[in-house]
Ligand binder design. Structure first.
Ligand code: NAD
Length: 502
């Protein structure tokens, strides 16, 4: 059986005496490899390696750093299908969706190639006589990235290129469920000319994270995962003065106005709710439909479309939806469906009833549709992270806005309408970090920033784009005086009062 190791100081490390975890192919429901869990000693030595690399990398000019990223981008494009194949095997999503994920990650590399223009600061001439003031941004040190299972390439690439373009070193702790892609990223970065030690991968689980967070030489932590872990990581890491951006879970609503095209909405909902089997932090899991007639019509169209979905292994070309990530997660989703029934929601399509070939041992479930869902139900309150779409019926747009604003999660939301006025009212009054107008999954492009509000993000900075550059750099402001002969200085005597501009 293949064993997946760490990548430290430019080399794969396979210490077979370390503890291991199984890695599954969810489409066949079987273990296909094992991943090693980094122990405390390995963690300490990796942080030391990254610290040493930081001394040189932070001094390398932004232009030279960008050249490595240009090359990395080219190599990633060449390895697109290889990476997508790995994602499909370990995660289960369709090959086409896996390719799209890699391309979204590649766009962050493209953004990072131009980061040097964002590192320049502010210069103010002669703020006092013969005194100038310069502000500029410097890297912060060794950064830690902790990533979830659902985007094995895209989410690490939200972090890696931005951090290293800004002059930092990075240690990535990928999800133990999808560990292989991270090693390909490391290999390609090395081929692109990244000096050893600037990017390292430590495999492991929560125990690995615990040791990493305890280390004083980790300056910043970027986390993406579930909310309870995000909040706990934010609390632990900020206690030791680390900078933290911790992106958590979601429950994303799509508001359907009466003037929206029902067929367009249904297509958007099917893709956004059931793509990647609902295992996306920007998946739409609640449709908030205005008006009873609209809701009745939409529900019928959705049923027809759900019945046509092909649920099968992600490496089959016409698959719409692959399996869930693990057997435990499959059970969790089934339990949520049961709780919806018990709490009084109307189960319109039951994905548990979908039949698969007897030889199919993967973690599959069909798409599920609930109608007449109310805000007190667990299927509404909690993130299911599976192919379950809830329809909530409301009377008007303000009722929809109030409902969404009361939810603990605030990652993404969307409105479908022909009315500019309704769209503007919605986008200005909704308390959610990312908003779509006739766009079901409003994931911002790489040069904007990604992040939710409330329980969907702990910390002050969203990820990538300008916010990413701010997160991975800190501002320094230099006030300097160079006297010109013959011109009186602004400070002539010992000053016992606060200096003011002269
Ligand atoms: P998870 O929280 O279980 O794991 C994420 C990472 O944290 C993994 O690397 C894991 O090893 C580590 N981890 C798990 N438990 C930990 C603990 N107790 N202490 C320290 N580290 C721990 O999340 P997941 O199941 O891999 O991913 C799915 C979740 O991620 C969903 O909630 C989804 O909404 C969220 N997500 C959010 C975004 C976003 O941008 N907001 C993006 C993708 C996924």
């Amino acid at each position: 059986m293949q064993t997946i190791g760490h990548f430290i100081q430019g080399k794969i490390h396979l210490n077979l005496e370390q503890n291991k975890l199984p890695v599954f192919n969810p489409a066949i429901g079987e273990q296909v490899s094992q991943v090693i869990i980094a122990d405390e000693h390995q963690i300490q030595s990796t942080i030391k390696t990254a610290q040493q690399a930081f001394a040189l990398w932070s001094l390398t000019s932004p232009a030279k750093r960008a050249r490595v990223l240009f090359k990395f981008r080219e190599l990633l494009e060449k390895n697109l299908e290889r990476l997508a194949g790995i994602i499909t095997q370990e995660h289960g999503k369709t090959f086409a969706d896996a390719k799209a994920e890699v391309i979204r990650g590649l766009e962050v590399i493209e953004f990072s190639c131009g980061i040097s223009s964002q590192l320049g600061g502010q210069f103010s001439d002669n703020v006092s006589t013969q005194v100038d003031c310069t502000g500029f941004r410097q890297p912060i040190g060794v950064c830690l990235g902790i990533t979830p299972f659902n985007f094995p390439v895209m989410v690490p690439l939200w972090m890696i290129p931005v951090a290293i373009a800004c002059g930092n070193c990075m240690i990535l702790k990928p999800s133990e469920k999808v560990p292989s892609a991270s090693l390909v990223l490391a290999e390609l970065l090395q081929q692109a000319g990244l000096p050893n030690g600037v990017f390292n991968v430590l495999q492991g689980d929560h125990t690995t994270v615990k040791h990493l967070l305890a280390h004083p030489e980790i300056s910043a932590v970027s986390f993406v995962g579930s909310t309870h872990v995000a909040q706990s990581i934010y609390q632990q890491a900020t206690l030791s003065n680390k900078r933290v951006q911790a992106l958590g879970g979601a429950k994303n609503h799509l508001v359907v106005m009466p003037d929206a095209s029902q067929h367009e909405v249904a297509d958007a909902l099917i893709g956004a709710a059931f793509g990647s089997a609902g295992e996306r932090c920007m998946a739409i899991s609640v449709a908030v439909v205005i008006g009873e007639d609209n809701a009745n019509t939409l529900s019928k169209i959705l049923v027809d479309k759900i019945n046509q979905l092909k649920v099968a292994p992600g490496d089959q070309s016409d698959t719409d939806m692959g399996p869930l990530i693990t057997a435990e997660h499959l059970n969790k989703v089934k339990n949520y469906i049961q709780s919806g029934v018990e709490q009084g929601a109307k189960l319109v399509v039951d994905g548990r009833q979908k039949t698969f070939a007897p030889t199919n041992t993967g973690f599959f479930i069909g798409a599920t549709l609930f109608d007449e869902v109310t805000s007190d139900m667990s299927i509404y309150q909690e993130e299911i992270f599976g192919p379950v779409l809830c329809l909530v019926r409301v009377n008007d747009l303000d009722e929809a806005i109030t409902l969404i604003n009361q939810h603990q999660y605030a990652n993404g939301t969307s409105i479908y309408t022909q009315s500019g006025q309704a769209a503007r009212h919605f986008s200005r009054n909704i308390h959610v970090g990312m908003v779509g107008i006739n766009v079901a999954i409003p994931v911002p492009v790489a040069f904007h920033s990604f992040g939710g509000w409330k329980s969907s993000l702990f910390g002050d900075h969203h990820i990538h784009g300008e916010e990413g550059v701010r997160f991975y750099t800190r501002l320094k402001t230099v006030t300097s005086r160079w006297q010109t002969a013959g011109i009186a200085s602004s400070e002539e005597h010992s000053a016992f009062i606060m200096p003011t501009s002269r």
